[in-house]
Design a protein around this ligand. Structure first.
Ligand code: OAD
Length: 257
């Protein structure tokens, strides 16, 4: 099938849904200039996970961990949402029940206008005090190499989930519920290698959701997917959403918009 056929099929499945869910990874922000983790040019080629993204690394060398996160924070604050982020925000307008589950920590979905976003891995905007637990939004703020809590002077950490740490329980419960209720899941820009997040796709599938995938290359999601479209998220997702919206407006979807 050609890409145009795949887009048409994905749009048809989406237009037939009433409770679609999005599930995104780093690839959705790649065209905003934010590096992904795996693959050529990915962050894990330059940095070792165990040096910068585990609680043990932070205990051993908080300065090095903060250096890594300050670099990433600067990149994210300078970046702009792209057409894929905007397309997800439109899905929220088209489908009142649409929920977006993201592994991304860059908050670009929210900056593009998405309101119902479940952040599975935390975010780079906020800090959390390792002593008193206070959480502050430090979007756009330069933090220095060992930032301290304004309330108690304790060492701050980025409010992200590190390897070996549990996911925020509230976010995980909401994500599971959304995946179980979904009748369509649009999986964009994730290598689907990090669990438990990646398990949400099989969960949605078991509960009867159609699975649509957009990625540059095949992933472990591909065998589960009803349609996999191989291409850039910022190009393919807007095309799928445009076509699904047109189908709904012209009465070609299964529900009245
Ligand atoms: P990865 O870096 O593992 O995967 C990014 C995926 O996006 C790959 O499958 C690419 O093929 C795809 N991709 C790249 N550019 C794309 C584009 N323009 N359009 C569409 N797809 C594109 O990122 P994640 O799957 O998000 O966890 O990684 C999951 C988790 O592992 C992250 O949340 C992070 C990481 O280590 C933590 O930090 C806990």
């Amino acid at each position: 099938m050609s890409t145009a056929d795949d887009i048409a099929k994905a749009a048809e499945l989406l237009a037939a849904a009433t409770r679609p869910v999005g599930f995104t990874g780093a690839g959705v922000s790649a065209e905003s200039g934010i590096p992904t983790f795996r693959g050529a040019g990915g962050l894990w080629e330059q940095f070792r996970i165990e040096d910068v993204a585990t609680p043990e690394a932070f205990e051993r060398n908080p300065r090095m961990v903060w250096e890594f996160y300050n670099l990433r924070r600067r990149a994210v604050f300078q970046a702009q949402p792209n057409a894929a982020h905007t397309a997800f925000a439109r899905l929220e307008e088209i489908f009142p029940a649409f929920v977006l589950i993201t592994q991304n920590v860059d908050r670009l979905h929210q900056r593009a206008g998405s309101r119902r976003v479940i952040e599975l891995h935390g975010n780079l905007c906020e800090t959390r005090c390792t002593n008193c637990g206070r959480v502050d939004d430090k979007s756009g703020v330069e933090l220095g190499d060992l930032p301290r809590c304004e309330a108690c002077g304790g060492l701050l950490r980025p409010a992200v989930v590190w390897f070996g740490e549990p996911l925020p329980p509230g976010a995980w419960a909401q994500a599971e519920e959304a995946a179980n209720r979904a009748d369509c899941m649009i999986v964009v820009g994730t290598s689907a290698q990090v669990y438990p997040a990646a398990g949400l796709v099989a969960m949605a599938k078991r509960h009867g959701a159609a699975i649509l995938e957009i990625n540059l290359e095949p992933t472990p999601v591909t065998p589960l997917a009803d349609v996999s479209i191989f291409g850039r998220a910022a190009e393919i997702l807007p095309a799928v959403v445009d076509r699904a919206e047109w189908m709904l407006q012209s009465g070609r979807g299964s529900r009245v918009p």
